[in-house]
Design a protein around this ligand. Structure first.
Ligand code: XMP
Length: 560
């Protein structure tokens, strides 16, 4: 049994988006409510005929997506597919080679996933990683045995065939990251051993410079030379030229959006978040005024957020934007609501209603644009199939019985870092492209207890100070999120000669890769001191500031 954690990727939960940005969850909800159709074969924005792709057969490793990211860093398009994906689907991508991922199974377990026949029949290069290597050995006539000792963690790889194209420019010995239990006992016919570690005499096997098996994980950061190995595989072994660049993506994408949309009308919920911003810009560039963006201000945005977004989109890019100031309506809806989940639902439900009302005013609309990203596609693979047509919810006020919108998701094959590159290439300001994630319900879930206008104003002012000081200290990009929370605690203080009884503001700053886990940021004391000083001096009603020093888990990033 490979010792990789059997948990695989964490499941998507309703509060968290893998992109960490607000638009995905919000849009998915909108799409659901509006009876949106999922795209049939959403291959629009990916390689044209002369493109090339590496296909990862995903056996369920927690690192599978990482393999795809690393390959794309080599400027080669890469997609993850399930082992039962038919060849016809893969052939369309013009594959130049395959990578078999790791996974929690053991090749001898009944029903363990194996590589489909085309992996061997296509005669394309293959690289199996960990469980993927065991699959190769098992299917090609070698012998895999359950390891008596699990090998997990650092090991040193020694090359025995340094002239292999896989090892070009690699030192004779280098650290690697192991994570397996089963191991190869006997090589399949025609294979030779290429490298070893202390506990794995067959750490790398190969045949004809075309099929390779690696017992370690080249995709993780703990294997410092891993990127070079992947690069050698895709360029030297598979012969990829490396034409996956964001400018090629933009060109392809513009053409395919034009083809898909034709003369149709598109709507998009603009939020100021990077994904929705890039989607809007891309679609606007492709079909101009056929796109209308709806910007719902629920009144719980950060200070100057509305103005900032407007300046970019309407003034600089000349987009059609319907702006709705619904803050009064949201505030009314939130009166008396203190439970976090009820708050979240209240804001979400109201958002959809306002959006629908505005969409109806536009007339006939054909497409709803969404900022879905590749990790979200992978996470929710089971619900994004062409068959999963979502029914309109009749209990949502004002919705026509059957308002079927097609989804336009030009970013559905991109990772977040690629979206940022596209954003920059499209001319979006750095400030917007590098914006930290902000939750859909906005400041409502950062005000503990009932939301009132007074509290929103207090929090906006405190949040402004946090953001300002974090940016001044050049820490903004290093942090996943940094913000203020208005607690419902009041405490006694003294200002001048007067006793005060004011609110307690908490400051939260975290580092994270994907919001699934997070650590509290070790902010320098002087930055914390400036934040604290400025908040108590500049924000009326606040007389105490604390810093949240809990990680996730056991806490969450947001307080509600
Ligand atoms: P938690 O608090 O669950 O947050 O650790 C993880 C990430 O998700 C964001 N978040 C939300 N985003 N709607 C959203 O669109 C929500 O209701 C919501 N709640 C949390 C949070 O900001 C963090 O990036």
């Amino acid at each position: 049994m490979a010792k990789e954690k059997a948990k695989g990727r964490p499941k998507k939960c309703h509060r968290v988006t893998t992109s960490g940005d607000i638009e995905v969850s919000t849009y998915l909800e909108i799409a659901k409510e509006m009876g949106g159709e999922q795209p049939a074969a959403a291959r629009e924005a990916i390689p044209s005929a002369e493109r090339e792709a590496i296909i990862v057969i995903d056996f369920g490793s927690q690192y599978s997506l990482l393999i795809a990211r690393r390959v794309r860093e080599c400027q080669v398009y890469c997609e993850l597919v399930n082992p039962d994906t038919p060849w016809e689907k893969i052939a369309r991508l013009n594959p130049k080679g395959f990578i078999l991922s790791g996974g929690p199974a053991s090749v001898y377990t009944p029903g363990a996933p194996l590589a489909p026949a085309y992996i061997y029949e296509s005669h394309l290069p293959v690289m199996g990683i960990c469980y993927g290597m065991q699959v190769l050995a098992h299917q090609l006539g070698g012998q895999v045995t359950p390891g008596t000792k699990h090998e997990y963690g650092h090991a040193v790889l020694h090359l025995s065939a340094a002239n292999s194209p896989l090892f070009a420019d690699l030192p004779g010995s280098s650290p690697v990251w192991m994570s397996h239990g089963d191991k190869i006992e006997k090589l399949p016919p025609g294979f030779i051993d290429l490298a070893y570690t202390e506990n794995s005499p067959l750490a790398v096997m190969g045949k004809d410079d075309k099929i390779f098996g690696l017992q370690f994980h080249p995709e993780v950061a703990h294997t410092p030379e891993g990127k070079k190995i992947l690069k050698n595989f895709v360029h030297r072994v598979c012969g990829c030229k490396g034409n996956w660049t964001m400018s090629n993506f933009i060109q392809d994408s513009l053409a395919s959006i034009q083809e898909q949309v034709g003369k149709g009308k598109v709507i998009n919920a603009l939020s100021g978040g990077v994904d929705s911003a890039v989607v809007a810009t891309l679609i606007h560039r492709a079909v101009g005024d056929q796109l209308t963006c709806i910007f719902v201000n629920h009144g719980m945005l950060r200070r100057e957020e509305v103005e900032r977004t407007f300046n970019v989109f309407r003034l600089n890019l000349g987009m059609n934007i319907v702006y709705v100031d619904a803050s009064q309506r949201f505030l009314k809806r939130l009166t008396g609501v203190t439970d976090p989940e009820t708050k979240r639902k209240a804001v979400g439900g109201e958002f959809i209603r306002v959006f629908e009302e505005e969409a109806k005013k536009i007339g006939k609309v054909d497409f709803l644009a969404q900022g879905t990203l590749y990790p979200d596609v992978i996470e929710s693979a089971s619900t994004t199939s062409a068959a999963a047509k979502i029914k309109t919810h009749h209990n949502v006020g004002g919705l026509p019985a059957k308002m079927t919108l097609k989804l336009l998701e030009p970013l559905r094959y991109l990772f977040k870092d690629e979206v940022r590159k596209v954003g920059l290439a499209l001319g979006l300001p750095e400030e917007m492209v590098w914006r930290q994630p902000f939750p859909g319900p906005g400041l409502a879930i950062r005000i503990i207890g009932e939301v009132t206008r007074e509290k929103i104003e207090i929090l906006q002012a405190a949040d402004w100070v946090v953001m300002n000081e974090i940016k001044k200290a050049n820490l903004y990009r290093q942090l996943w999120q940094s913000f203020a929370i208005l607690t419902d605690v009041r405490s006694v203080g003294v200002m001048g000669d007067y006793r005060t009884y004011g609110y307690l503001v908490a400051v939260r700053a975290v580092t994270s890769e994907d919001a699934m886990t997070a650590d509290w940021a070790r902010l320098p004391y002087d930055v914390l001191a400036r934040i604290s000083n400025r908040i108590v001096n500049e924000v009326p009603g606040v007389n105490r500031v604390v810093y949240d020093i809990t990680s996730k888990p056991p806490s969450t990033i947001e307080w509600e």
